[in-house]
Design a protein around this ligand. Structure first.
Ligand SMILES: Cc1cc2nc3c(=O)[nH]c(=O)nc-3n(C[C@H](O)[C@H](O)[C@H](O)COP(=O)(O)OP(=O)(O)OC[C@H]3O[C@@H](n4cnc5c(N)ncnc54)[C@H](O)[C@@H]3O)c2cc1C
Ligand code: SF4
Length: 340
């Protein structure tokens, strides 16, 4: 059994108190939300904070509101299960409800929060192992070592962004608010992520992600999310395709935004595919062409589940499925699982 290391537990009652603690403690502190990512990481000694700053006592971070003019506001502590089961979210932003429903398992979705899902650590087969396993290979660049075993001549880490909601929130044009003792800043969700497996967030260490803001859907807007993983009841995504598009009365796409998760260190925008679809009707030919461009973005490395060749080959099919789900209009992309 893997045990947690010793740590100090702080339970601030407000964002201001939590921000002050982070400013005071510096890199030795970590923020705790549901703990479904942080605690396993601490057991594996991937993260070893001397102090954990728990947000769960801050009631303001649990707020959840839908406003016709302002859209959806989610406090960072909103549980994934609450998003999954919110009929208003499912109606207006079906891809978000779907992505939340596909994270992990029901008990983990009851603990896991939207803030924690966005700030989730990046993943890699050489990193998500016990401390002993990692010690046996001399660790790796992401923690305690020097070499990247995925790309030994690479100067950077290629660990993968494996959040289900991150690509969806990017595609929906969401924003996030970050708070520190210096004040608040609000940035596009897509700018929260950096293309680096180690420094994978632009969030500063002293900042708390306090809320997520999703704009109201425009008339004719639809969204969909599909996820590839080995076990349909359990696993992290090795590919996630999030699509938002606005269709006019004749079915022509007037705007689109597409992001891919699970294949890079940050959600990757498939801008060329979105541009190709704009002005087109989503017929079989348009879907085929766009799916090819989306698959071109999804360039996986050999550091997650499944063989590399199979993942590359199947990416086009999953991209097409996301677009077909968009046409179907229910946003409820199937939870496809497959093995190779
Ligand atoms: C078996 C298993 C399967 C899983 N499968 C999936 C999956 O399929 N898809 C998926 O997306 N995730 C999956 N997860 C990961 C995790 O359960 C979810 O991502 C969850 O949403 C994390 O939220 P949390 O509140 O528990 O985060 P925590 O563990 O509390 O925190 C995660 C990280 O974010 C930071 N953090 C948390 N909240 C904030 C905040 N408000 N401000 C700043 N930093 C913050 C923490 O410091 C930590 O680094 C899985 C986990 C397990 C154990
Ligand atoms: S991509 Fe390389 S450096 Fe990053 S976690 Fe994996 S092996 Fe380590």
């Amino acid at each position: 059994m893997m045990r947690l290391p010793r740590f100090r537990y702080l339970a601030p009652g407000s964002v201001a108190e939590a921000a002050a603690a982070l400013a005071d403690l510096g890199p030795e502190a970590a923020v705790l939300a549901g703990g479904t990512d942080l605690f396993p990481n601490m057991k594996r000694r991937q993260q070893t904070p001397a102090t954990v700053v728990a947000l769960r006592g801050i009631a303001a971070l649990r707020a959840r509101a839908i406003d016709p003019a302002r859209g959806l506001t989610l406090g960072a502590l909103t549980r994934l299960s609450a998003i999954e089961h919110d009929a208003g979210i499912a109606a207006a932003w079906p891809a978000l409800a779907r992505a939340a429903s596909l994270v992990a398992t029901p008990p983990l979705r009851n603990m896991g929060t939207i803030g924690g899902n966005l700030c989730l650590d990046t993943r890699c087969s050489y990193y998500d192992q016990s401390h002993e396993w990692r010690a046996a290979i001399g660790y790796c660049m992401k923690k305690e070592g020097e070499t990247c075993w995925v790309a030994p001549s690479s100067p950077r880490c290629w660990a993968v962004s494996s959040s289900d909601t991150a690509p969806v929130l990017c595609a929906l044009g969401a924003e996030v608010t970050l708070a520190s003792t210096a004040g608040e800043r609000r940035i596009p969700a897509s700018e929260l992520f950096a293309d680096d497996g180690i420094a994978y967030l632009t969030r500063r260490r002293d900042e708390i992600l306090t809320s997520v803001h999703v704009p109201p859907p425009a008339e004719g807007e639809r969204s969909a999310y599909v996820k590839l993983r080995r076990r349909g009841s359990f696993d992290f995504p090795v590919l996630g395709v999030a699509v938002r598009a606005r269709l006019d009365a004749g079915g022509t796409v007037t705007s689109a935004s597409i992001f891919v998760g699970g294949t890079g260190s940050r959600p990757q925008e498939a801008r060329a595919a979105a541009e190709l679809l704009t002005g087109r009707v989503l017929d079989a030919a348009a879907i085929r062409e766009a799916a090819g461009l989306i698959a071109h973005i999804a360039k996986p490395m050999q550091n997650t589940d499944f063989t590399l060749g199979w993942r590359k080959a199947v990416a086009r099919e999953y991209a097409a499925r996301a677009l077909r789900e968009l046409v179907a209009g229910n946003g409820a992309a199937a939870n496809h699982a497959s093995g190779s």
